[in-house]
Design a binder for this molecule. Structure first.
Ligand SMILES: Nc1nc2c(c(=O)[nH]1)N[C@H]1C(S)=C(S)[C@@H](COP(=O)(O)OP(=O)(O)OC[C@H]3O[C@@H](n4cnc5c(=O)[nH]c(N)nc54)[C@H](O)[C@@H]3O)O[C@H]1N2
Ligand SMILES: Nc1nc2c(c(=O)[nH]1)N[C@H]1C(S)=C(S)[C@@H](COP(=O)(O)OP(=O)(O)OC[C@H]3O[C@@H](n4cnc5c(=O)[nH]c(N)nc54)[C@H](O)[C@@H]3O)O[C@H]1N2
Ligand SMILES: [Mo]
Length: 737
């Protein structure tokens, strides 16, 4: 792996956003999309008549929208999609697959939009053009030739619209399988599993207005300045309304500490708003002991316990209390890596607040005991009655812009019997009842030869999944791999014997006058319509591609759906629970909010109560030369799409193969700052990283996703949710010869 000679390490800045952000946004937009397209995009993004930003799933304000409702990283996402550069037959004639595989992720993405369907025939060195009919036929034949429908895998990333997602799962189930792994399996699956079991619904229970009026906000395992920048405006409002923010993170992420609002004069000139009141620098995976410690202190003080709520609405409280007595505060504090004094201070802030909202993302969900993280967080919240009342509750801050909607529409390997029954009744067929493969199981099935056709509705499966070499081998063992994509990525370059690239429209592209719908993190479902002329006349919408596949595979004529997405919405109304009268409700300005019963203190668990849980303490034992590694996002990437090589808020420029490490650990390990090293986990090696001294707990290190995915073992994943442990893999560090 090439080294990065220009990497520059500087002290992190002291606040996030401010004028640099706006300037950066404009630079990027003008360069990639050109002035006219940029203007069109800037004035319509996240407006009720425009398109839903394809970056994160942050909700739009329901009524009071600003003229410009976007952030720097949203701009990167939509201008990256709206680029005028295209790659078609000439590009692929010039570059062999082997040549392309040598290029960086940054370079691959920068080449432009995929412009026409392409095929890589068995033994061929280059992709060559194929017409759409031929591509559908080839896929249909491969699917029909399988001994069992379970020999095919249908992956989804989280950008797919509700209409395409609904049709996709219908296609897959009519074909006969529930093999619908998705990016959620690697993302918030642990949140869904933990919430579903304890409060009966795997979704957030608050509104934006609640967030802006909460007394106390817990920001856990999340880096909003980079990954949900619009959240900072809401947090600033909350602070101005008197909220106290407790940040729980191994890193003092700049955006958690201080924020300058880019659309306020004071944000351009002033020092910005201090956001975090109390920073708890927890060890990687120290959250279970920390949440237990907070609950223990609150219980023992008696202050901040909502006994009336506990008695009326919950179950399991006595066992929970007994469980907590097993651990002393000193042990919990030690395992969390947070002092008893800070724990007491945080507990007092939580206990005193009239309403507490907890927000979290990947810092909690990507560990072996990730579901326990959620269960313990639920315990802490139930203790104070902080659910189903104003300005209190759970905010599971989602990643991809429609990842929540895709699940609502049935993209799930473990569909509920009710959903299947309604789907079968609507379309007069018997959907398969047995569960399908999730992401980890899909990789294992391809590796074992049990699944031989892989189709991806978006995403970059190879780079997003753990154990890169193992996954690459799994994909190579397939007969056919099909990628429905907007941009070139590594999953187009490590393929089955035959491979297809089917280029599709993105969220920003005009789609023949039609609109689609999406669902945000806070369950708002709204319309989205592209605004710019597609980069190439040969692109098809995801819906149109599914119609082509349904015809070639199942002999079904779905052309009416492609011509009128309203017909799909009619089916959604009748099949998807909570989406009754879908067409009318999405027609309202700003759309509608799905019903979330825990908001009303109705907990649809089997007992009808919210549940306290008892979880074990499971500290990760490190050998003497091991460090616990988390893989995180830099400021210039969207998952596996690398927009640039800088991580401005962490002071790192022109390099991604870096390891953030405590200065004392660097010294004690016999290393020096900026030394070149290799990282290892068992037989897995990630080469040529440099050590960066950083403010991170001892024995913890951080690297970027996806460069370090090669180290994460396929069999190291969360109990129950099976989410890969991307935030806690032990590694050893080795000097390069
Ligand atoms: N610009 C941009 N926006 C994005 C994305 C992107 O890549 N770029 N990705 C989207 C997606 S799909 C997602 S899921 C979200 C991801 O959003 P985040 O979850 O914010 O993303 P990560 O970079 O994975 O950051 C995880 C944070 O958790 C902390 N952390 C790691 N381990 C632990 C732990 O054990 N305990 C605690 N308390 N904290 C820990 C890390 O220090 C880091 O601050 O963002 C979405 N939005
Ligand atoms: N080590 C480690 N691994 C991780 C994570 C981590 O924190 N650490 N995070 C995990 C998380 S949270 C997630 S969500 C996954 C992300 O996994 P994925 O969703 O699979 O990955 P992305 O990088 O978001 O996918 C980018 C590709 O999607 C395609 N694309 C973009 N827009 C569209 C569209 O509108 N339609 C279609 N059809 N294609 C489109 C483009 O071709 C682009 O190259 O990665 C996971 N992997
Ligand atoms: Mo995600």
């Amino acid at each position: 792996m090439a080294s990065e000679p220009n990497v520059k390490i500087t002290p992190p800045p002291d606040s996030a956003t401010g004028v640099t952000s706006i300037q950066k946004s404009l630079e990027v937009a003008m360069r990639d999309a050109g002035p006219l397209r940029a203007l069109r995009l800037f004035t319509t993004v996240n407006q009720t008549s425009g398109f839903d930003c394809p970056s994160c799933a942050w909700p739009d304000p329901h009524d009071d929208r600003h003229t410009f409702e976007f952030c720097e990283n949203g701009v990167k996402a939509f201008t990256d999609e709206a680029t005028r550069a295209t790659i078609g037959r000439d590009f692929f004639a010039q570059h062999s697959v082997a040549d392309l595989a040598q290029q960086s992720d940054h370079w691959l993405n920068a080449q432009g939009r995929l412009a026409e369907p392409l095929v890589l025939r068995p033994g061929a060195t280059h992709y060559t053009p194929i017409d759409w009919t031929e591509a559908f036929k080839l896929t249909g034949q491969a699917l029909k030739a399988l001994d069992s429908p379970d020999g095919a895998i249908f992956y989804t990333s989280g950008r797919t619209s509700n209409e395409a997602a609904f049709l996709y799962q219908l296609f897959v189930r009519r074909f006969g399988t529930n093999n619908l792994p998705d990016c959620s399996n690697m993302c918030h699956e642990s949140s869904g599993a933990g919430l579903d079991e304890t409060i009966g619904v795997g979704k957030s229970t608050v509104t934006l207005d609640d967030l802006e009026h909460a007394g106390c906000i817990l920001l856990i395992g999340q880096n909003p300045a980079t990954n949900h920048p619009r959240m900072l405006s809401s947090l600033q409002t909350a602070v101005r309304n008197g909220a106290k923010i407790i940040s729980i993170n191994p890193l003092p992420e700049v955006g958690l500490m201080r924020f300058k609002h880019p659309q306020e004069v004071s944000g351009i000139l002033g020092n910005g708003t201090a956001l975090t009141t109390l920073f708890l620098q927890v060890r990687i995976n120290g959250d279970v002991p920390l949440f237990k410690a907070l609950a223990k202190v609150i219980l023992e003080s008696g202050h901040g316990v909502d006994q009336a709520f506990i008695d009326q609405y919950t179950a399991g409280f006595d066992d929970f209390v007994t469980g907590l007595r097993q651990h002393g505060l000193a042990t919990l504090s030690e395992q969390a890596g947070v002092s008893e004094a800070q724990i007491r201070q945080a507990a007092a802030t939580i206990a005193e607040a009239p309403g507490v909202i907890c927000c979290w993302a990947m810092g909690l969900t990507q560990h072996q005991n990730a579901v326990d993280n959620i269960r313990e967080l639920v315990n802490l919240m139930l203790l104070g009655g902080n659910v189903g009342k104003p300005n209190a509750g759970f905010f599971c801050v989602r990643g991809h812009s429609n990842v929540q909607g895709d699940r609502t529409m049935g993209i799930y390997e473990k569909p509920s019997p009710l959903f299947l029954q309604k789907l079968g009744a609507e379309f007069d067929f018997s959907p398969p009842q047995h569960h399908g493969y999730d992401t980890v199981a899909a990789i294992e099935a391809m590796h074992a030869g049990d699944a031989t056709v892989f189709l991806a509705m978006g995403g970059n499966f190879l780079s997003a999944t753990p154990d890169t070499e193992y996954t690459a081998e799994a994909l190579r063992r397939c007969d056919l791999t099909v990628q429905i994509s907007t941009k070139l990525n590594r999953s187009h370059l490590v393929t089955g014997r035959t491979a297809l690239i089917l280029p599709c429209l993105g969220r920003t592209d005009k789609d023949g006058g039609q609109f689609v719908t999406t669902e945000s993190s806070l369950s708002y479902v709204a319309k989205s319509a592209g605004v710019i002329t597609p980069a190439s006349p040969h692109l098809k919408s995801e819906v149109a591609i599914l119609c082509g596949l349904a015809e070639s595979t199942l002999g079904l004529d779905w052309s009416a759906y492609a011509a009128n997405y309203g017909l799909i919405r009619d089916h959604i109304s009748r099949v998807v629970p909570g989406c009754e009268d879908y067409a009318e409700r999405v027609d309202a300005p700003g759309g509608f909010c799905m019903d979330i019963p825990p908001k009303r203190r109705v907990f649809p668990t089997p007992s009808g109560k919210a549940h306290f849980s008892v979880t074990p303490l499971r500290p990760i034992e490190l050998a003497q030369n091991e460090y616990l590694m988390m893989t995180i996002r830099s400021h210039d990437q969207f998952n596996t799409t690398i927009y640039g090589l800088d991580d401005r808020y962490r002071g790192i420029f022109q390099g991604r193969r870096i390891v953030l490490m405590h200065a004392e650990d660097i010294r004690e390990g016999g290393f020096v700052p900026e030394q070149s090293v290799d990282l290892r986990h068992q037989h897995r090696v990630a080469e040529n990283f440099i050590l960066v001294p950083y403010d991170i707990p001892r024995r913890c290190v951080a690297t970027y996703f996806p460069e370090a995915n090669v180290l994460i073992p396929i069999d190291r994943y969360a109990d129950l949710s099976r989410t890969p442990a991307s935030k806690s893999t032990p590694v050893t560090i080795h000097r390069r010869a």
